[in-house]
Design a protein around this ligand. Structure first.
Ligand SMILES: CNC(=O)NC(=N)Nc1ccccc1
Length: 314
């Protein structure tokens, strides 16, 4: 079982290396590509809070000075962690795909800009494809192991096509496996990703069992609503990948979610044990929002993230 954490939006967060050096997390979602292309050829935009130097590729909102992330990704990979780049994150204004063609362009952009560094077509800073299209390399020679879809608004159109296009690129790699993950809200069907989950192949789904009353982990603890992990297993079994690993998404501190959704390690232990035992095939682990909040939430001398790791491994 794995612990997945989001990194990139933490208050006064340390550099990524700090989390690469910890054994607690197995998957790190770097967030976010928070501005989506408006049409084919349009560049997306990014935000990693305090982590970049405020420079952008000319005429874009895409950060070009994320030196620490570029330098640190290899140390996370060397530690055996899977590093994914997360798109979305929650600002409604800039997250929608007008059509499948834009979704496919977005997939090409992410693959050539953040995927494997191909020295045959890439020089420091830019990649040029046979068709003469230039793509930037925001993390330079460093690359991610796949892409996470934290789509919180305007979902539906374009995402299945985008993911299927990413899968076409993944299939060209002889070097390594690449992954697709998603972070739906807990109500079923998820307003944004249900179409993509039905039609395209996800490796991991970390359901946000927080911020939405009625199906949250807090509901399970309080005996309210209906925590719906079982139902999510049903969604997966009817999806394009019935073997998708399902994670329980949790806030890593009180302040990391809307009021009322934080659950303590002691409260969450029976929940995790129950569903880990009930669904050995599908249970993937726990996702935490987010790394820095978990690091700063120290309870009885251990961070929240360490407590979660202990619960999964004890
Ligand atoms: C996986 N994505 C998130 O967990 N996003 C998220 N937690 N956004 C947020 C919503 C309300 C308060 C704080 C963060």
């Amino acid at each position: 079982n794995n612990v997945a954490v989001y990194y990139g939006q933490g208050d006064n967060q340390p550099r990524l290396k700090h989390f690469c050096e910890q054994t607690t997390s197995d998957i790190i979602n770097i967030g976010f590509i928070n501005q989506f292309p408006k049409h084919v050829g349009d560049f997306p935009g990014s935000n990693f809070a305090n982590q970049c130097d405020g420079t952008f590729f000319p005429g874009t909102e895409l950060l070009s000075g994320c030196h620490q992330i570029w330098q640190d990704i290899p140390s996370c990979k060397a530690a055996g962690k899977t590093v994914l780049l997360s798109i979305g994150g929650g600002s409604a204004t800039t997250q929608s795909l007008p059509d499948d063609a834009t979704g496919e362009w977005f997939a090409d952009f992410l693959w050539y800009s953040f995927g494997p560094y191909n020295s045959a077509i890439s020089s420091l800073g830019w990649t040029e494809t046979m068709l003469g299209q230039l793509y930037p390399r925001p993390f330079l020679t460093s690359s991610v192991d796949g892409f996470d879809f934290d789509i919180e608004y305007n979902g539906g159109v374009g995402y299945a096509a985008m993911i299927n296009r990413l899968r076409e690129h993944y299939a060209t790699s002889t070097e390594q496996t690449y992954y697709i993950s998603g972070a739906p809200q807990c109500p079923i069907p998820d307003a944004q990703l249900s179409d993509a989950i039905a039609k395209s192949y996800f490796d991991f789904l970390w359901v946000q069992f927080y911020n939405t009353p009625g199906c949250s982990a807090a509901d399970y603890v309080n005996g309210t609503g209906k925590f719906n992990f079982d139902e999510w297993v049903g969604v997966i079994e009817k999806s394009a990948n019935p073997n998708t690993k399902l994670f329980i998404g949790l806030p890593a501190s009180k302040a990391a979610a809307n009021a009322g959704f934080y659950v303590t390690p002691d409260e969450v232990k029976p929940l995790v044990k129950t569903y880990m035992d009930k669904h050995p095939k599908h249970f993937g682990g726990v996702m935490l929002w987010e790394a820095t909040a978990g690091d700063n939430n120290v309870i009885d001398g251990e961070t929240y993230t360490e407590h979660i790791k202990d619960i999964l491994y004890d």
